[in-house]
Design a protein around this ligand. Sequence first.
Ligand code: 5AD
Ligand code: SF4
Ligand code: FES
Length: 346
Amino acid sequence: MKTQDMISMLNLKDPDELDLLFKQAYAVKKHTVGTNVYFRGIIELSNICTKNCFYCGIRKGNTEVQRYMMTFEEVIEAAVWSHEQGYGSIVIQSGERSDAEFTGFISSLLKEIQIRTNGELGITLSLGEQTEDTYRQWFELGAHRYLIRIETSNPILYHTLHPADHSWSKRIECIRTLKRLAYQTGTGVMIGLPGQTVEHLAEDIQFFMDEDIDMIGMGPFIPHHGTPYHNLVNGFDGEAALERALKMIAVCRIAMPDINIASTTALQALNPTGREMGLLAGANIIMPNITDTKYRASYTLYEGKPCLDENASQCIGCLENRITSIGESIGYRQWGDSLHYVNRKS
Ligand code: 5AD
Ligand code: SF4
Ligand code: FES
């Protein structure tokens, strides 16, 4: 797809034209990856983070946050529960840490999860920048997918959103290393960042294509009161943010028909049916939150995160209803690998 076509689609405003765009993306999805939605139960392992991204509610500099780390048993329990529920896979996500205590903890979790679920549960990690050795060790221990958002593919914009010691190039290197190690590799961006234009978003899609990535997890930027962007909280236009994010999903699906695209929780923060809208615009993955309710409020990256008082069973029941209500089905007990990865490897 040409950049100019991406820009035109991303600029659509007319409700009828938007409807057509979403329908076109949905048709592409139906034809290539189908209408099975795959669940990845997400475990928010810890909100302890060594980084200080300007937009993020759990950045190191936000002293309002009560920091936590789940225990070994709590994580194992959540993984075993997901397996029993018939989830094909889980995602372990955390604030960024690369000290040996942390990387070793992840390794022991991977070993135990493999044993307790007979190697049947797919494991995706979303633990930020790590060394090649760490990535390799985790892969050998059974993690087979990795998500690391580039946040924006534009290095100049990246540097306006992060402290000087956060490196855009390092993140690209991580994505390339993960691919080389044969992980199914996912990345993504935030949509509607301060200073971001439609041209930047088109560049982001081109970046996903050039890097030949297997999965996308992206969502709207939503300002948080405990960050340097607190002044954007009042006056934030959630409706426009939602529309922009849905357009990105649709254009990505049309440009990259066989990848996995997540309908992320942040969409539901903007509209109670935001995640269904994401599926109807071309996404095919949902990540139900399976974190213990007691930790959920402390993992608030953006304002208005949904399901803070619900537990894992409530979210799953709720999401099942949401998915069937739009005529789609759930791919239980299947890993739901990215078709793009399968094709890339064969
Ligand atoms: N709004 C939306 N998404 C955010 N993230 C962090 N802060 C925000 C925010 N304010 C996203 C980043 C990060 C992921 C874990 O959460 O893209 O990679
Ligand atoms: Fe840490 Fe990720 Fe938040 Fe950045 S976006 S501060 S790395 S949790
Ligand atoms: Fe959590 Fe609906 S998705 S309660």
